[in-house]
Design a protein. Structure first.
Length: 451
């Protein structure tokens, strides 16, 4: 108790007065772990205090997935175990915890409770907290239909209650952990409607993987040192967890950590007093500036009388004309189609006539007309004589040159174009004539056959 009180004093220096008050309350309501609490084990780790929580006030905890976690002080740890009971390993876990007077929270699978109801009752008799973990541990709660998810949740609770017997309502806590931490909004909303608290975790030890017990220990302590406190998730169905747990508990004791036992609030057992900041894993200190939305003040009005309704004379009307009030719409008839509208020309525009275009607009210059006639005539002659359109254009080149506004430039261009076309024609003719000759000199190809 003295060590925990000193931690409260240190918390006051670091976090402010609210943390001190919360720690002092925890010191007063939490029993100390002494030699009398753990007979035969004077140096046991023990359980530092019991934390009472209301699931309806804080429906989701565990910073791995949610904003809130349990209101723990620095160097406080909550142990949780999933997937049991499996007698071969769960019984050993219970013996290890009992030897050090440590209390934990167990999330039990309904199918496992049906197979080993005695194992569930052992958890109750040892004073541990019992939660549920669905009926069959499906790793698809995040995509499962809500009807099937409800069935998994309800059947898991019913199976654990059946194993506990008559006092199931008092022994079973409204705590639930989603298998694989595969959360879904619909599942969380259903659990909140049932008054159940969803538990995630603050750090893991990966003991469900095929790793050694030494690796389980290393991960648990390394991640705990990184967070300084929180909820540790383990499993009571693996040999590696059984082998690593004694060393984990011994190191928690050596490094000054304390175990906190969590139970649900009841009518006879009210929640532990806490502050909202404590439900954060690392709450900001009070001297740190934090942006918060201003609260709406509660005004007290001295006179709550009704004001008179305004009249038309209170409004400024344009030119003292009354405001046009919209007419009621008759919805019994189909709406009138207003688009497109036919616009009739006014009488002042009916006698308007546009001037007729002059003959000069359609006339073609004499030189251009002669060139166009020669081009058309040459094209027809070429078609009759079998010449190509390109040769016909070459023949009509002098006419185009003479009609050009720049005769010298036009002639040079046409001469060059005519010579280029002639050279291209000769090259094509030579290519066509030489192609058979080239193929005639090829040696015959003989296919060889292997005999």
């Amino acid at each position: 108790m003295a060590v925990f009180f000193m931690r409260c004093v240190a918390a006051r220096v670091r976090k402010g007065s609210w943390a001190t008050a919360a720690c002092l309350v925890a010191c007063l309501v939490a029993p100390a772990a002494s030699a009398s609490d753990c007979p035969g084990h004077p140096d046991a780790l023990g359980t530092s205090r019991t934390l009472v929580v209301d699931p309806k006030e804080h429906p989701r905890i565990g910073t791995m997935q949610y904003a809130e976690t349990l209101p723990l002080a620095d160097h406080e740890v909550v142990l949780t175990f999933d997937d049991g009971p499996l007698p071969r390993y769960s019984n050993q876990i219970l013996e290890i915890l009992a030897s050090r007077c440590v209390k934990a929270t167990f999330f039990t699978i309904g199918r496992m409770a049906q197979s080993s109801p005695e194992g569930v009752r052992k958890l109750r008799d040892a004073g541990h907290t019992i939660g549920t973990h669905t009926q069959n541990h499906p790793l698809s709660m995040n995509r499962m239909a809500i009807e099937r998810a409800r069935k998994e949740i309800d059947e898991g609770i019913a199976s654990v209650k059946a194993a506990l017997g008559d006092d199931a309502d008092q022994s079973l806590a409204p705590f639930f952990r989603i298998p694989g931490l595969l959360r879904a909004d619909s599942v969380e909303n259903y659990l909140a409607e049932q008054g159940m608290q969803v538990w995630s975790a603050d750090f893991l030890a990966d003991d469900w993987h095929h790793i050694s017990s030494a690796r389980v220990y290393d991960l648990a302590m390394k991640r705990l040192e990184a967070t300084g406190k929180g909820i540790l998730l383990l499993h009571d169905i693996h040999a590696r967890t059984v082998a690593a747990l004694p060393r984990i508990l011994d190191q928690l004791k050596a490094r000054g950590y304390h175990i906190v036992h969590v139970v649900a609030a009841t009518v006879e057992r009210p929640p532990t007093p806490t502050e909202p900041q404590q439900w954060r894993l690392h709450p900001p200190p009070e001297n740190m500036a934090v942006t918060r939305w201003p609260e709406v003040p509660n005004f007290v009005f001295a006179d709550n009388g009704e004001l008179p309704a305004p009249s038309l004379s209170d409004f400024d009307l344009l030119d003292a004309r009354p405001i046009a009030i919209a007419k009621a719409v008759d919805r019994s008839r189909p709406p009138e189609v207003r688009f497109p509208q036919v616009i009739e020309a006014g009488p002042e525009n009916a006698a308007m006539t546009l001037p007729a275009p002059a003959q000069a607009v359609f006339e073609i210059p004499q030189g251009l007309r002669r060139v166009m006639s020669e081009i058309d005539l040459n094209a027809r002659r070429g078609e009759q004589a079998g010449t190509s359109p390109r040769e016909a254009r070459a023949r009509s080149a002098p006419a185009r040159a003479s009609a050009s506004p720049h005769p010298a430039r036009g002639k040079a261009y046409i001469a060059n174009r005519h010579g280029r076309d002639a050279r291209r024609g000769k090259a094509k003719v030579a290519g066509r004539a030489g192609a058979p000759a080239a193929t005639s000199h090829r040696p015959p190809q003989v296919k060889r056959r292997n005999v």
